[in-house]
Design a protein around this ligand. Structure first.
Ligand SMILES: [Zn+2]
Length: 273
């Protein structure tokens, strides 16, 4: 008799609990495994390939990891049950490898954003190559995973930078909708900028920064608005599958060879903006 009462009580408690913590959240509607849709044409960015439908968006966060902001951003993402792509700066990863691991452990994708975040289009070829390659090596050593997605610092591209990205087996992802959160404006002001951008395009890659104090509040507002307005989150899963065989990190052609080839080929035609 006592056992039956206990079972009934457990059943009542379970019935009262929400079926799933994410049931009423925006969540993730579609996963795109980036590694499986290769080959990319050299210099092509990812969202020319993933073909976002109306009201489909990809969330991206640049310039972390940050000791004060990244964990707050992760909490907002978890609240809305969404996954994002973090374009992290190599030298910042090296100061907080625990945050890099945590972002990955929570199911988000890590892309690289150069080691220094310097203006690579101003650097000599070999230095730009080093600056883009080093965080790829670092992440591989830290997590055992080889990153395949990259974002140019400040979105600045040249044919030489396209060539480096291609040689390293990376693809790049630019922003469609920016919020201006990098200037530390109040979240309401950045949110208005977001509304203008998303209103004009109706879909796209949204860019924010997980090293800015106002971004967690802004991200919460953005995700609330996307939920209310029937948008869908697309998650870019950037794990390289076994079938994906870029030049291995250990067997990459010597740097001098790459420089010689680049000099012989001359500049390539850049993509249309
Ligand atoms: Zn950046």
């Amino acid at each position: 008799m006592l056992a039956r009462v206990a079972v009934a009580l457990v059943a009542i408690v379970l019935a009262a609990a929400p079926a799933h913590a994410c049931a009423d959240r925006i969540g993730v509607s579609r996963i795109v495994p980036i590694g499986e849709i290769r080959p990319f044409a050299p210099g092509r960015q990812v969202h020319e390939q993933i073909r976002l439908g109306p009201k489909e968006v990809v969330l991206t966060l640049d310039d972390g990891p940050d000791p004060d902001v990244t964990e707050r951003v992760l909490a907002v993402l978890a609240k809305h049950c969404v996954k994002a792509t973090f374009f992290q700066i190599g030298r910042r990863m090296a100061t907080r490898p625990d945050l890099v691991r945590r972002v990955r452990a929570e199911g988000h994708t890590i892309g690289t954003h150069s080691w220094s975040h310097f203006l690579n289009d101003w650097l000599p070829y070999f230095l730009a190559f080093w600056d883009i390659q080093r965080p790829v090596r670092y992440l591989h050593e830290l997590t055992g995973e080889r990153p395949i997605i990259f974002r140019h610092p400040r979105g600045r591209r040249t044919p030489d930078l396209d060539r480096i990205v291609d040689e390293l087996g990376l693809v790049y992802l630019a922003n469609d909708v920016v919020t201006g959160d990098w200037d530390d404006a109040p979240p309401e002001q950045s949110f208005r900028r977001f509304l203008t951008g998303i209103g004009a395009k109706g879909r796209g890659v949204i860019g924010m920064h997980d090293n800015r104090a106002n971004t967690p509040a802004l991200l919460d507002m953005v995700l609330g608005w996307l939920t209310e307005n029937g948008f869908k989150i697309v998650h870019l899963q950037a794990d390289a599958p076994p079938s994906f065989a870029p030049p291995s990190l250990g067997a990459r052609k010597p740097l001098e060879g790459a420089i010689r080839e680049a000099a012989a080929d001359g500049p390539r035609e850049a993509d249309a903006p």
